[in-house]
Design a protein around this ligand. Structure first.
Ligand SMILES: [Fe+2]
Ligand SMILES: [Fe+2]
Length: 272
């Protein structure tokens, strides 16, 4: 991966149509990923030596490898975003503090429950991004779009791993659903608050309140806020739910070929 090179010309408002609020939301999400994913890796690693199923044990190794790589590439993007004025260092510090606190007060199963819940969030975002051209178009900057599409592809590939580890160590349905309710609340709250902080620190946004208001209004028609992903998120609450109930094999195969196939489609993708 050579994302660094593609991010050299990254403008401050890298979302489509130089959209201010969408750029801030995407920056906040990218800011949360590396330290959040480190927490996922620690949660899964803690249970690794008790996994008896060799297939799941090998999936866990794949999961750890993929999440570590995501963290590395998002840090490269986050460094650029920090240079453009987004509060990346603050977000990273916040996520490290919260995850450390969780690990101090929560048990292993709860950490895996939260990891599985957040993996359902990333799988939902991934399916939206890979399944809807309008969602992809909203990303704007080709380098950022490619990074998010690569990340989305791998999130779809390993979407069941944390869930299966949670089940393998005896995680209950009750705790699974409770951790998802807490995740809904914290995700909306944290993303909202950090986006507000990020906007409040942005001098251009502060001096163009009407542009910001229009941009907020536009968010409601975003494919990411449409009923489809919301319905998908809430499927997690169904008794007996499993991430592989949603068959994404064809979508994964198509995008693996398009992103990494031998036809040189990457250049077309970045140019589009
Ligand atoms: Fe990831
Ligand atoms: Fe993941």
């Amino acid at each position: 991966m050579e994302f660094d090179r593609w991010l050299e010309d990254l403008p401050k408002y890298f979302a489509a149509d130089n959209d201010i609020v969408m750029s801030h939301v995407l920056a906040v999400l990218s800011g949360v990923f590396p330290d959040g994913e480190d927490y996922f890796v620690r949660s899964v690693t803690a249970a690794k030596d008790r996994i008896r199923d060799p297939g799941l044990a090998s999936d866990v190794d794949g999961f750890i490898g993929q999440e570590s790589m995501h963290g590395r590439e998002h840090r490269a993007l986050n460094d650029r975003l920090g240079e453009r004025g987004y509060p990346m260092a603050g977000i990273s510090r916040y996520v490290r503090t919260i995850t450390a606190l969780r690990e101090r007060i929560q048990g292993e199963k709860a950490n895996l429950g939260f990891t599985a819940a957040l993996e359902h969030y990333t799988a939902t975002l991934a399916e939206t991004l890979l399944g809807d051209p309008e969602a992809r178009a909203q990303i704007g900057h080709p380098g950022v779009r490619y990074l998010l599409m690569w990340h989305a592809l791998e999130e779809s590939e390993h979407k069941a791993v944390a869930f299966d580890v949670y089940k393998a160590v005896g995680g209950t349905e009750r705790m699974r659903v409770i951790t998802m309710w807490i995740t809904h609340m914290t995700f909306v709250l944290e993303t909202g608050i950090w986006t507000a902080i990020s906007l409040a620190r942005d001098e251009y946004a502060r001096s163009h309140p009407m542009q910001v208001a229009k941009s907020v209004w536009k968010l409601r028609s975003s494919p990411f806020a449409s009923p489809r992903p919301v319905r998908q998120l809430f499927q997690y609450h169904q008794r007996g739910f499993h991430p592989n109930d949603r068959d994404t094999k064809d979508m994964i195969a198509t995008w693996r070929e398009r992103l990494f196939g031998s036809e040189g489609t990457l250049t077309d993708l970045l140019a589009s």
